[in-house]
Design a protein around this ligand. Structure first.
Ligand code: ADP
Ligand code: MG
Length: 403
């Protein structure tokens, strides 16, 4: 089975053809301003190459969770503006997804033009469970590019979704993987095919339920599994420790207990915790041993002794995958754990290790903490997609490209 590349499509010729590109431009916004443009920047090469080759480029993307109806706060307007800056070329934004404005604008495109459709999740059919509903939206997207159109799947962050603009449309048009999807898939394949050892995985972030499947899948295959972030408290609770007011998913405690028994020599939990008296940037804070979290206080970061221990493990690794911040890095006071682990991974990279960061917030942390982006072999744009790949699940948006 093979997937066509963008180079194959360019060889076939795209001059004057309508090409629909599904990108992942789901960037974090604060008050309508883009906080981290990483995904936009990562989407530029494919769009640029198509535009340079004379395609009439139509970009489909989503932003946030608009619940299947237009929501002005989730308009792609700031994204279209930023993409135009990155491309150095005008980007029109349609006022709708596949409505009259999108159709009229797509008909008016000339060679090299770039048109962005409005947030594709404004259309409830995008995420419908009903194949026929999604099929109708996919057909409407095909109408925009016309009979000799093509589809380029470049939104790595959404390839684990069976959605109209990701999956169904690929079944209706000649298709290929964009450069971002091809690159991401290659990196993940390298993590699963016989990785150099020691192989260390660092997992953090907020919800343990999101990540239990990946822990189950990876624990038997890695040498070291470091667990920090909000999810470590469910594991600490599984060891019988009191976790105060820290994040805790009670219903997951039995599973965490079993994992700790089964993979005792692989799983490493923090030994000290930075606790706070409130979830706030200016909260009162102190470092306590993992078994000494005071009542009513919440753990917002791993402590310095944990960072030292994790650093020793990570700097010796030959392969590292990191998903999920070690603490609430958005607050300076609780960023040291994430910074420490990230720096250890940068050191490993410098020593020749193959290192991958996956996860939207983890990638944002790398940039927010001003860590060198080339300190990692690869920074993935897709959190959920990379986790599902590593769990061994088939990604519908990639499987559909095979023929
Ligand atoms: P990613 O997007 O990299 O997969 P997640 O979405 O799983 O990561 O989690 C990121 C979030 O987890 C961050 O916003 C961070 O503030 C939060 N977080 C990390 N540690 C804690 C903690 N101890 N308590 C509460 N939230 C935490
Ligand atoms: Mg996240």
């Amino acid at each position: 089975m093979s997937v066509k590349t963008l180079a194959d499509l360019l060889d076939d010729g795209v001059d004057g053809r309508g090409v629909l590109v599904r990108s992942d431009l789901n960037v974090p916004l604060d008050d309508g301003k883009i906080v981290d443009a990483g995904r936009i920047v990562a989407s530029v090469p494919t769009i640029q190459a198509l535009s340079d080759a004379g395609a009439k480029v139509i970009v489909a993307a989503h932003l946030g969770r608009p619940h299947g109806a237009p929501d002005p706060a989730l308009s792609l307007a700031p994204v279209a503006e930023r993409l135009a800056e990155e491309l150095g070329r005008n980007v029109q934004l349609a006022g709708d997804v596949v409505g009259q404005d999108a159709l009229a604008r797509s008909e008016g495109l000339t060679e090299g033009d770039v048109l962005m459709l409005e947030n594709v999740r404004f259309d409830p059919r995008e995420t419908s469970k009903d194949d026929a509903e999604r099929g109708k939206l996919a057909a409407a997207l095909v109408d925009l590019v016309g009979d000799d159109g093509a589809f380029v799947s470049d939104g790595f962050g959404v390839v684990h979704r069976r959605q109209a603009s990701v999956y169904d449309v690929a079944r209706l048009l000649p298709h290929c993987a964009g450069t971002l999807v091809a690159e991401e898939a290659e990196v993940l394949a390298r993590l699963t095919r016989n990785p150099d050892r020691p192989y260390a995985v660092v997992l953090g972030g907020s919800k343990v339920s999101d990540k239990l499947a990946v822990i189950e899948a990876l624990a038997p295959r890695v040498d070291t599994l470091v667990i920090g972030g909000g999810m470590c408290f469910t594991f600490l609770a599984a060891q019988g420790l009191a976790v105060g007011a820290s994040l805790l998913q009670d219903e997951m405690v039995p599973t965490c207990r079993r994992l700790l028994e089964q993979y005792a020599d692989v799983i490493h939990l923090p030994r000290d915790i930075v606790v706070a008296d409130a979830f706030a940037a200016d909260a009162e804070s102190r470092v306590v041993p993992a078994e000494g979290i005071p009542d009513g206080w919440l753990g917002l970061d791993v402590g310095p002794e944990s960072v030292d221990r994790f650093t020793a493990l990570l700097t010796e690794a030959r392969t590292v995958f990191w998903n999920g911040p070690m603490g609430v890095f958005e607050f300076d006071k609780f960023a040291a754990g994430t910074r420490g682990v990230a720096e250890a991974i940068v050191t490993a990279t410098g020593k020749g290790a193959f290192t991958v960061v996956g996860g939207g917030d983890s990638a944002a942390a790398v940039r927010a903490l001003s860590l060198p982006e080339d300190g990692f072999t690869h920074i993935s744009t897709g959190g959920g997609a990379s986790l599902e790949y590593l769990e061994g699940k088939e990604l519908p948006g990639i499987a559909v490209l095979e023929d």
